[in-house]
Design a protein around this ligand. Structure first.
Ligand SMILES: [Zn+2]
Length: 386
């Protein structure tokens, strides 16, 4: 049976931290937890949903979630705050009885083990209980809120894909995300096109030096816009790649990270490009290219870019695996493919039967048009006129 759609209410971390005290007192085992003491924890979508789906008690699912957060499997892409601090994670696992060494132990033993792990034998247990337990639980509560929000987003994505009822508020959040994803999509699509055309025409005697230079510069313009839109995604939406599942999200994150690394830009060059692409009032290629010529930093970036393009001596049919330009081309393709596939999975939910959709078919068509901006110059413009 499919669980009902998650609601929009964001759980309160302070309430959850208070309820976690009960888990510390009783130990994290399904049979020990009193549902009346932990109503907020059991009502979390990431607890209630999977429990209903697999027909297990919510308390058991809560223990599974806690274990997942505190003892993630090796290689899993768990980027919660405490995964940045493995010692905090370990202390919480000892405290709650998630760790093998404290599982089934009484509360005093678990508290002492956690205290000794984080501090030392000399700290009195009372001091640890008064000063240190609550901050640890607050950290865990924050993580639960974050984990639950990711769960609800993924669950909504599945519902949209299956055309099941879903929370309109969360569906709108997906639209918002894809708007960011598709700004980057447009940049990478332009970059991919320009690099491909550049490679095809660079040795063609009919291509004039000025045509080739324009192509180099439009490619750089798309790269600059990619840096800009990636920065905006990080500043405004935290930069977390959320997609239908962890694997797709990881593949996109890897592609973006390679696209950040392989073009020949220093940190300063990258931020110069990002700023140049932001040019007000309207971002425009002609302003960008003028800036490249007028500014010393721009001239240097352009010189590096030319050298980087020329370093590719591949045969277009069988490119070298280690060639930087071809790595960039491949990663552009990977990003475009995954984002399109993920968007295409859910787009019909929004355009569903009349009266049921959140947005109209016209709005979706407009978004497709606006997001998937084609490359500025078409291939024909580079072909010599006959
Ligand atoms: Zn190459």
């Amino acid at each position: 049976m499919s669980a009902s759609p998650p609601n929009d209410a964001v759980p309160d971390a302070r309430d959850l931290a208070r309820e976690l005290r009960h888990v510390v007192n009783q130990g994290a085992s399904a049979s020990a937890l009193d549902p009346d003491e932990v109503p907020g924890l059991l009502a979390l979508a990431c607890v209630a949903g999977p429990a209903q789906e697999s027909g297990i008690p919510a308390q058991a699912q809560l223990v599974i979630v806690l274990k997942h957060l505190l003892e993630p499997e090796k290689g899993s892409n768990n980027t919660t705050p405490s995964s940045q601090q493995p010692e905090v994670r370990r202390a919480l696992a000892l405290l709650l009885g998630i760790a093998d060494t404290t599982k089934g132990k009484d509360s005093a033993t678990r508290r002492t083990r956690a205290k000794n792990y984080l501090h030392d034998d000399l700290m009195p247990p009372g001091t640890f209980n008064r000063r240190h337990v609550q901050p640890l639980l607050e950290l865990l509560a924050d993580e639960l809120v974050e984990y639950d929000s990711k769960y609800r987003m993924r669950d909504t994505h599945d519902r949209l894909a299956e055309k099941l009822p879903a929370s309109p508020a969360l569906a709108v959040l997906w639209l918002d995300r894809f708007q960011y994803y598709y700004r980057i999509w447009s940049d990478l699509s332009g970059l991919e096109t320009d690099l491909t055309v550049y490679l095809r025409v660079r040795h063609d005697p009919q291509t004039t030096p000025s045509q080739l230079e324009t192509r180099r510069r439009t490619a750089l313009w798309y790269l600059a816009r990619f840096f800009l839109h990636l920065d905006q995604f990080i500043d405004q939406r935290g930069g977390l790649w959320l997609l239908s599942d962890e694997e797709q999200a990881q593949r996109v994150a890897d592609a973006v990270s390679l696209l950040n690394f392989h073009p020949p830009c220093t940190e300063q060059g990258r931020s110069w490009l990002s700023f140049a692409a932001l040019e007000q009032p309207v971002p425009a290629f002609h302003r960008f290219t003028r800036k490249l010529d007028e500014d010393d930093a721009g001239t240097l970036i352009l010189a590096r870019w030319r050298a980087w393009l020329e370093a590719c001596q591949c045969d277009n049919q069988s490119p070298d695996e280690d060639c930087e330009l071809h790595i960039v081309l491949r990663q552009c393709g990977r990003y475009l493919e995954i984002i399109d596939r993920e968007w295409n999975r859910i787009v019909e939910w929004f355009t569903g039967p009349p009266g049921k959709s959140v947005i109209t078919a016209e709005q979706v068509a407009e978004m497709n048009l606006r997001w998937r901006i084609p490359a500025v110059a078409t291939e024909d413009e580079l072909r010599p006129s006959t």
